[in-house]
Design a protein around this ligand. Structure first.
Ligand code: NAP
Length: 464
């Protein structure tokens, strides 16, 4: 049975890796997700049966209950709420690692003076300390991150004197306590102190991060939850947990670094700079500048004669839920013989892949979706750049304004198109709080209004 279980674990690990690989492209992402889920199902069933933990009725009840909750959440949670949803799930992963580590310690006779260190050895004691530390930090940190994104907590960074130093102090203290525990594993109370300090550390590490930077923190927490899982795998001597935890840990780190790179910021800047703490959302909007207000009729007139259009979707598209009607606009324009493509900036929206997921929901053909590097040089030969609810990712200040939070971030070159049409509700800045030069450009047509209403209007006008 053990050999069979190890073989099943190997199969599960292969399915995880295959699934992850397929998640790399929108075309294969759905199948990849399914393959990963099948791998997880195999791993869970094999673990429960191999360890004779539960009989089949419990396994079945757990499966049905878990699937029901999963389907319910998938249907209820809106796309714009997905980052906080992922945050909560990461937190549960971290919390589970903490509980398993504690349970294993108790099962091995923890807390009893009869504890024999040789029974467990350093290979188990060190992972117990690490699991408690990483798992608890992930749990409380993820809950704070989700609360900030959900608006249950103030999104602005919360800063106080000696914040970084006190966090570093807590971390060191945990390591010292961990060392004392490893030297004498009967000191069970040290583990409880480690859990409490780790819980506080999770909170104090996340509160200085601004609400809009939270997706990066959530991606980092995702990585932590994987690491916590992997260390728990060492405690349990469970290979599939070590492999899957490591996969989550490393892919989380890769995603975090992709997001930081796309925002042209270091991870340290995201985690410690407190961006947004002194941001006044009204400051940029009150500046005395004028733009010409165009109507959807004006925009439809330009689109009617366009041979080529590149659409740039942004966070506003998700807020307005305009993806379906936008795809309808693409169909209408294509039908008229216009070449239409989507340009996707790596950090458009509020989480990685946000725009891809939205457009996939609207059945936008994958071959119309282009990443920034693939399409950026084409704007200069394009009749119309149609910007829908995007702001920072098309802000030219990123190229020249050295004191801007956007400075250095690669942007989509929409200002190189012959005409730019921007659909948003007002002149308000985007997440970075930076006024957008593009709105005042001679060739930009600002069409104010909700993205869904505006695009619906455009579809009607072009169909007439
Ligand atoms: P953005 O700069 O936040 O701008 C979105 C714009 O959408 C706003 O200016 C808003 O203007 C408009 N909007 C909101 N609701 C709308 C509606 N119902 N109809 C029409 N327009 C609406 O968005 P972005 O250009 O997509 O840039 C994303 C930003 O998030 C970047 O700064 C990026 O660094 C940051 N970020 C992204 C990630 C990620 O993983 N994707 C992670 C962390 C941070 P109005 O209020 O005037 O309508």
């Amino acid at each position: 049975m053990n050999a069979l279980a190890q073989l099943a674990y190997l199969l599960a690990a292969v399915l995880f890796i295959l699934g992850l690989k397929m998640l790399g492209s929108p075309k294969t992402a759905r199948t990849g997700n399914l393959i990963g889920a099948v791998g997880m199902l195999i791993a869970i069933v094999v673990t429960l049966t191999d360890q004779k933990i539960l009989d089949f009725s419990y396994i079945l009840t757990g499966l049905i209950l878990g699937s029901f909750l999963g389907i319910l959440l998938a249907q209820k949670v809106k796309m714009t709420q997905m980052p906080q949803m992922v945050g909560v799930l990461n937190g549960f992963g971290g919390g589970a690692s903490t509980l398993v580590a504690l349970a294993e310690y108790i099962r091995m006779g923890g807390g009893l003076t009869s504890w024999n260190q040789a029974d467990a050895g350093l290979g188990v004691l060190i992972p117990i300390v690490l699991s408690l530390l990483i798992g608890t930090v992930t749990f409380t940190g993820s809950m704070v991150a989700s609360a900030k994104l959900q608006g249950a907590m103030r999104g602005a960074p919360i800063l106080y004197p000696l914040q970084k130093q006190s966090n570093a102090g807590m971390f060191l203290l945990i390591l010292v306590l961990g060392l004392f525990f490893v030297l004498d594993p009967t000191r069970w109370y040290l583990l409880l102190i480690i859990i409490v300090i780790s819980g506080v550390l999770g909170v104090t590490s996340v509160i200085p991060i601004g609400g809009a930077d939270m997706p990066v923190a959530i991606s980092l927490m995702n990585s932590y939850s994987g690491l916590a899982g992997a260390t728990t795998g060492f405690i349990l001597s469970n290979n599939v947990l070590i492999i899957s935890g490591t996969l989550v840990g490393t892919s989380g780190i890769i995603l975090t670094s992709i997001m930081c790179k796309a925002m042209n910021r270091s991870l340290a800047n995201v985690l410690f700079a407190g961006v947004g703490a002194d941001y006044d959302p009204n400051a940029a909007a009150t500046e005395q500048r004028t733009v010409i207000r165009y109507t959807p009729e004006d925009a439809a007139y330009i689109l009617e004669s366009a041979q080529s259009v590149i659409i740039v979707p942004g966070y506003g598209l998700a807020v307005a839920q305009a993806q379906h009607v936008l795809q309808e606009l693409v169909n209408v324009l294509s039908h008229r013989g216009c070449r239409v493509r989507y340009a996707i900036h790596p950090v458009a929206g509020r989480m990685p892949g946000h725009m891809n997921v939205l457009l996939a929901e609207a059945n936008a053909p994958y071959d119309l979706l282009f990443e920034m590097d693939q399409i950026n040089d084409d704007f200069q030969n394009t009749d119309v750049a149609l910007v829908i609810g995007a702001n920072d990712v098309v802000n030219p200040a990123a190229r020249y304004k050295k004191d801007s939070p956007l400075y250095g971030m690669p942007i989509l070159n929409v200002d190189q198109a012959r005409t730019v049409i921007v659909c948003k509700r007002s002149l308000s800045p985007g997440f970075a709080g930076e006024d957008n030069e593009l709105f005042y450009n001679q060739k930009t047509m600002m069409v104010f209004g909700d993205a869904k209403a505006t695009v619906t209007n455009l579809v009607h006008l072009l169909k007439e």
